[in-house]
Structures are given as C-alpha cells and as structure tokens.
Design a protein around this ligand. Structure first.
Ligand SMILES: [Zn+2]
Ligand SMILES: [Zn+2]
Length: 353
C-alpha cells in the first residue's frame, strides 16, 4: 500500500479538505498514473453532497471525487502491454467491470449488468472503496485506461473523459452527421461539448439555451443557430424540425415542449438528471413517432474512439484551471452555472497544500 495525498469530502455538509488514503500496490495489469489535471463534473458535487442517495446509493465517505482524469504513466505492472512509463493517459467514470456479461462483451461496460466499479464513491471487486482524481495518483487496470492524443493539452482534454463521451456516445448512436439537424439543450459543461462534437461530426447544430447570453460563444464553438427557450416563439418557429435533441439540462424543464421540436422519427436523448420525476405526455410522441431515450457515458472502446476523434479535429474542452485549494469555491460556482465551461484542477497545486 502507498500513502496518497488527495482532497476529500468527509461528510455531505463538509467542505473538501486535504486527506491521505492508502492506495493498492500495482497488480500485474495495473498502470500507476501521476494525475496532472482533473475536471470538476457536476456529478462530483451531487455525490460529495450525497444528493443521489435516494435513487442511486448513499455516498461513501470520506470521498475523493473526480472522474475526468488526465496524467502521465509513472509505472506499470509486469504484464501491462498497452502502456509504458511516460505515456499520456486518461481515466473516466469507471475503472473496472465484470468483463463477461453481454454488455461488457459488446464494449458497453458502462451498462455492465453484474458489477461496474466507478472511479470513486464505489467499491472495487474486493469491496475496497475507490478514490477518484482529486489526488496525486491513481492505480488502474490497463484495460480501463485511455490514451490521450499527443496534440491535445492534458488540461483541456481531461473533461473529455466524462463530459466529452457523455455527448459523443448519443451523437454517434443516433447518427448525428451531415444532413442531420441536431439541437443541444443547455450550454454548460456537457452542452458545450455537444456543440463542438456535433459540429465536428458534420451535423447542423442548434443551441437551445435559456437566454441569448452565450450566443457568441455558441457560434464560436460551432453552432449554426442559437435560440432562447425563454422566448415562447422559439417553440413555434422550430416546431417539428430536429432529427435529434440532446437534453443536457438537469433542472426541471417541461420535456413535452421539446418533443414538439422533433420531426418524424426524431429522438430526444436525456443525459442530464433532474432531481424529480418529469411527466411525459403520450400525444406529442405518438403524433410523429417520436422517441425519448437516455444515454450514459460510453464504453472503453468508444471513449478511445472519441479521444482519437478529438485529436484529429484538435478539439477539447473550454476550461478554467484552478488550484485544488479553490475547489470548494469552484463547486459553488458550478452550482450557479458560473463557469465557461468546465473547471479543471491543476493537481500540481496539491503539493503546496
Ligand atoms: Zn461526470
Ligand atoms: Zn459486465
């Protein structure tokens, strides 16, 4: 075991504070990663505050959050073949799965039917709690480690590991590309990646944001059109126009209004998680054979495909880099949507705290 320096939440109400934990010694197939940067995902905050206790699981404390991890391989176990010391690598939302169920067999480990091990707030196959990326290092099986293309800066690439793949997977699955009209609802950490990725995939991209305050950014990121959902005319003007809507909003909004924006056979995919149940009316779905669907991050293979795609298009996240000492302040700002568009922690700052 080796002592690892990190920042942890000790209870749902406590601010994150310095913390040491014991990290497992590397096994034969393990990669030891020096973490350089870790993105702050909204789900870090939900879990650190135990806000998902009612419908997922009670949080495990102390908790070291962080699943948008970018770093450098420090050492590898004797049987590791895919990585070597010095490689630029990433770790996303999970670090293991059962490897044998039908989902795992289909490279869809995120939907593992037996036991997925999340990067933090989870227990590994031996029942030991997992600790995430707000840490100086992490030990992960090579099969769950991703390669970050050389041309992408590690800090801006970190959020691709969750925000990036969360949008890339549904865009690919529902065939976003040339000739397709795609709407991204909400332009926060997830939505801004959706705009960039949908544009790079060749789709015609529309942002549906509460106001027009981010319009200039939206156009810069690749949006062809930008509409305010606070203006009721948006919903009449754009009626029956989209093939695909990706809804990234976790606040309670009326989904039925958005169904009306889908054309025949269109689909709205939900990737944001509202706290309460959202009522869904049948008629707008029936009227044009519309669908509503959900999507959860992506498998290892698809996450690597997404990273390679981002490398080819020199595409990464728009970020604000902060030292770990500012993590609690950053949490407050994320809950107020006051970030353009993702906070990334510079883990070198951990040495000074
Ligand atoms: Zn996340
Ligand atoms: Zn499985």
């Amino acid at each position: 075991m080796s002592k690892t320096k990190a920042y942890a939440a000790h209870s749902p109400k406590a601010a994150l504070a310095p913390y040491f934990f014991e990290q497992r010694d590397p096994r034969e197939h393990d990669v030891v990663i020096d973490i350089k940067y870790c993105g702050i995902c909204h789900s870090d905050i939900h879990q650190a505050r135990n806000e998902w206790g009612d419908f997922l699981q009670e949080s495990i404390f102390p908790m070291v959050p962080g699943h948008e991890i970018a770093g450098i391989v420090a050492s590898v176990g004797p049987k590791v073949t895919r990585y070597k010391m010095g490689d630029r690598v990433g770790v996303g939302c999970f670090v293991d799965s059962c490897r044998t169920c039908s989902a795992c067999q289909r490279d869809l480990e995120q939907y593992c039917e037996v036991k997925i091990v999340f990067t933090y707030n989870s227990r590994d196959q031996d029942g030991v709690p997992t600790y995430g990326g707000y840490s100086e290092k992490i030990v992960v099986d090579e099969n769950y480690v991703l390669r970050i293309p050389d041309n992408l800066p590690l800090d801006a690439a970190a959020p691709l590991l969750c925000a990036g793949i969360t949008l890339y997977s549904p865009l690919k699955h529902w065939n976003a590309g040339p000739g397709k009209k795609v709407a991204i609802v909400g332009m926060g950490g997830l939505g801004h990646m959706g705009v960039k990725l949908a544009h790079a995939l060749g789709a015609e991209v529309t942002v549906l944001s509460q106001s027009l305050s981010k319009q200039a950014d939206g156009k810069r990121l690749g949006a062809d059109h930008f509409y305010a959902t606070s203006n009721p005319e948006t919903f009449t003007k754009l009626a029956s126009s989209f093939d695909l809507i990706i809804n990234t909003v976790s606040a309670e909004i009326d989904w039925n209004q958005y169904f009306g924006l889908l054309q025949l056979d269109g689909t709205m995919v939900v990737v944001g998680v509202p706290e309460k149940m959202v009522p869904v009316a049948a008629m707008p779905l029936i009227g044009r054979r519309r669908s509503i669907a959900g999507s959860c991050i992506g498998g290892v293979k698809e996450t690597q495909e997404m990273l390679d795609f981002c490398g080819q298009h020199s595409l990464a996240s728009d970020i604000e880099v902060v030292p770990i000492q500012k993590v609690n302040e950053a949490y407050e700002r994320v809950t107020k949507s006051d970030v353009r568009y993702r906070f990334v922690i510079d883990m070198a700052s951990l040495k000074t705290s």
